[in-house]
Design a protein around this ligand. Structure first.
Ligand code: GN1
Ligand code: MG
Length: 346
């Protein structure tokens, strides 16, 4: 038996599942995920929750149950598999594990997707926010201040003060790129203090193509996944993350910034898909501000990656020492061209 199988077998068994094979899924930067097959052939998603980030797995799981119920009839979300003891997750030797049914014939896109799928993705996450705002499930706020731009800027400042001289030096070029965009902090403060024109809505807060399942054969959109960060937020979060993850021609950790370019066609597809899916969720003021969503998220993500680099890579999974700096540089380099694109389009 492989090391992976023997480590996962007791976990699967606690969910009442006789494990036969397992494959690690490499996508997420936070949790560890495995596609498992049990005797009989049925498949499941087994996930070790990152409890450094999600300190209270119980409330994450309760939110999933509430969201699933609220979206019934709209999306065929996977089922949560309870433990043999009937719990929503398993506490196993300091680790938290959960299990979902595998959505049959599904795949989550990992590389670049077509503008048509980008439109579908944006429409789906727009509908997700609209449907949840209509159903109003009672949800826990799992990660307070998750997309609070001002707080992310404070975290970066604190990280600069605590960083080693060597890391701070290496971070300087990215810090100076970011300095040109501090007006976004004032803009954010205004939105945050103006709840009438800029209301909070229940949002997904991690919108990217790999968080949507499509049908392998028909290409049909099946459902959004990775719902852990679903909580109230300001208008920019979901559209912003989609712009951030789909408008650039290369992924967020591509190190050679000279290769990076923006794809206006995708920008357009995302704005249209999100407007079509979310209508009539947003106020006229929000609709006028939506072109800025990607800029805000790019700025925030650059700060988050850079803060993690300065803190010694304690948050995001990394596969080599400077990866968080590369990610931050990638995001920071795209900020100016994205602002230009957003201005010409709005
Ligand atoms: C994290 O693990 P993953 O890829 O679903 C992060 C997001 C970032 C993303 C950047 C809880 O999401 O906010 O946008 O990495 N999730 C959390 O790739 O911090
Ligand atoms: Mg996520």
């Amino acid at each position: 038996m492989s090391a992976l199988l023997s480590s996962l077998a007791p976990i699967a068994s606690a969910f009442g599942l006789p494990l036969q094979s397992a494959e690690a899924l490499g996508q997420g930067l936070i949790h560890h995920s495995y596609q498992i097959t049990v005797s009989g052939g049925e498949q499941f998603l087994l996930q070790q929750l990152n409890t450094q980030v999600f300190a209270q797995p119980q409330i994450v799981q309760e939110n999933f149950v509430a969201i699933r119920r609220a979206l019934q009839g709209h999306y065929a979300l996977p089922h949560l598999v309870p433990t043999g003891q009937g719990q929503l997750y398993l506490q196993h030797q300091q680790q938290a594990w959960r299990c979902f049914t595998w959505v049959p014939h599904s795949y989550a896109p990992t590389g670049s997707i077509s503008p048509e799928l980008a439109y579908d993705t944006a429409r789906c996450f727009g509908s997700y926010a609209r449907l949840l705002s209509q159903a109003m499930p009672s949800l826990h706020t799992v990660l307070p201040r998750f997309h609070h731009l001002g707080w992310r800027a404070q975290q970066l400042k604190a990280a600069c003060q605590q960083a080693t001289a060597q890391r701070l030096q290496a971070a300087r070029p990215v810090l100076s790129l970011l300095d040109a965009h501090t007006d976004l902090l004032r803009q954010y403060e205004y939105w945050q203090q103006s709840p009438q024109p800029f209301p909070l809505r229940i949002l997904h807060h991690d919108c990217k193509p790999s968080n949507i399942l499509f049908h392998q054969q028909t290409g049909q959109l099946l459902c959004p996944v990775d719902l852990d960060t679903t909580q109230p937020g300001l208008f920019f979060s979901d559209l912003g993350d989609m712009v951030r993850s789909m408008v650039p021609n290369l992924p967020e950790d591509h190190a050679a910034v000279a290769d990076l370019a923006l794809r206006p066609l995708y920008w357009q597809a995302l704005q249209e898909g999100y407007a079509d899916g979310s209508q009539p969720l947003w106020t006229p003021d929000v609709r006028a501000a939506l072109p800025l969503a990607g800029v805000v998220l790019l700025y925030m993500q650059a700060m988050r990656f850079l803060a993690d680099y300065l803190q010694g890579d304690v948050y995001y999974h990394t596969s080599y020492p400077g990866q968080n700096l590369d990610r931050a540089a990638n995001q920071a380099h795209l900020l100016r061209p994205l602002r230009q694109l957003a201005t010409t389009k709005s």
